[in-house]
Design a protein around this ligand. Structure first.
Ligand SMILES: [Mn+2]
Length: 388
């Protein structure tokens, strides 16, 4: 039998990080729809993130994206976050939106462009110092579109050189999280296409280099929970970028396309102790809300992760192990499915009530009047979006 007190205790410690960019206008390559109340500044994005934390109780940090969240005074921005009850999380670098990066950033054939890209990554570490952030997220759009376009091996050498320079700049308690992605925008080769490439670079660079798994960055049918189990066993899973997908990098709400996959991932997380704060695994969202209202979408996403985690914690591990060791295939599968098929929503509602939260965060936000207030207040200026 599962100890429900221990499940509740683990869930009270859960922390999910919100992306500042989820509150801005974003979406597909074809059309980004503007919406009333969208933040115009990094400060307003953090205010919206703080609302999600206020109603869920488990979203205490917000990731920034540079240059989209550029401000003059980062210490003041961190203080603004603290005033609102949240803190600055990972700093996401961006070396994919400048004309200079057409043929790559840190793997570009021209040393001047590589230097410019590296300088941006190092500037992001300065922002970590100013905000108290401990994580630098690195994603490179680098790659090629045509066979023969550039030397695959030379690009790996350039990547290794840049990653080592970033590692050397990181201070005590700071790390980088290297994110891989199968394809797009490069369509022939991508320089960090998969977890194996990211892992191999990170192993060489030591403890300050870890892999981040963006759940939308795999080929269809990839067994993501296997990757999670492997990286955790090696001590190399730095975190997640959660989202869900039906086709490619859809960036839909986590748990929307495939809640069972999310459960299977969280089962491996719990199996490896990754749900404990001491694991150092960052549970981040990386999503776009193109047609749905953004703050409720973030609340729903947080709740989806919480529900999957609760189900994973409900797995009767003793019964599972006994079935596994005796070769009881259907019994073992049944133990897992029993947990997955449990409706944890009443349990989570009670848990929230115990913590002084509204048992229904979606309804509580709708009642709060916050959306009407920002719709009325945020008039004029330029709404945040990609490139803002
Ligand atoms: Mn991502």
């Amino acid at each position: 039998m599962t100890d429900l007190g221990a499940v509740a205790s683990a869930l009270r410690q859960q922390a999910i990080e919100l992306p500042s960019w989820a509150f801005g206008n974003s979406g597909t390559r074809f059309k980004v729809f503007a919406r009333a109340g969208v933040p115009r500044t990094p400060q307003e994005k953090i205010a919206d993130a703080a609302q999600v934390h206020r109603h869920t109780g488990i979203a205490p940090s917000v990731a920034l994206h540079i240059p989209w969240d550029t401000v003059d005074d980062y210490a003041a921005l961190a203080a603004h976050a603290r005033d609102l009850g949240v803190r600055v999380g990972a700093i996401n670098s961006n070396v994919f939106q400048d004309d200079d990066y057409m043929l790559g950033s840190v793997t570009h054939p021209d040393a001047k462009v590589r230097r410019k890209a590296l300088d941006h990554l190092l500037a992001c570490v300065d922002i970590m110092d100013a905000t108290g952030s401990t994580d630098l997220k690195l994603w490179f759009s680098d790659g090629t579109n045509y066979p023969g376009q550039d030397d695959i091996r030379a690009r790996q050498d350039r990547l290794a050189e840049a990653l080592a320079a970033v590692r050397d700049r990181l201070g005590e308690g700071q790390r980088f999280l290297l994110e891989y992605k199968l394809f797009e925008p490069a369509f022939y080769t991508t320089d960090v296409p998969d977890w194996g490439t990211a892992y191999a670079h990170c192993v060489k660079l030591g403890d300050k280099a870890q892999v981040v798994v963006d759940t939308g960055h795999h080929a269809p049918g990839t067994n993501i929970e296997f990757i999670v189990a492997f990286l955790m066993r090696e001590g190399k899973l730095g975190g997640f970028d959660f989202n869900s997908r039906f086709y490619a990098d859809d960036d839909l709400m986590v748990g929307a396309a495939d809640p069972f996959q999310l459960f299977r991932i969280m089962h491996e997380v719990v199996r490896g102790g990754g749900h404990l704060a001491s694991s150092g695994i960052a549970f981040m969202l990386d999503q776009c809300h193109n047609i749905e209202p953004k703050i409720p979408a973030q609340i729903r996403s947080v709740l989806n992760v919480q529900e999957a985690t609760a189900k994973a914690l409900l797995v009767d591990t003793a019964a599972l192990e006994a079935a596994q060791l005796t070769g009881d295939v259907l019994g073992a599968n049944g133990v897992l499915m029993d947990a997955y098929n449990t409706d944890v929503r009443p349990f989570l509602a009670d848990l929230r009530a115990e913590q002084g939260l509204d048992p229904d965060p979606m309804a509580a936000f709708a009642r709060s009047g916050y959306q009407d207030r920002i719709d009325a207040e945020r008039v004029g200026g330029r709404q945040a979006g990609w490139g803002a």
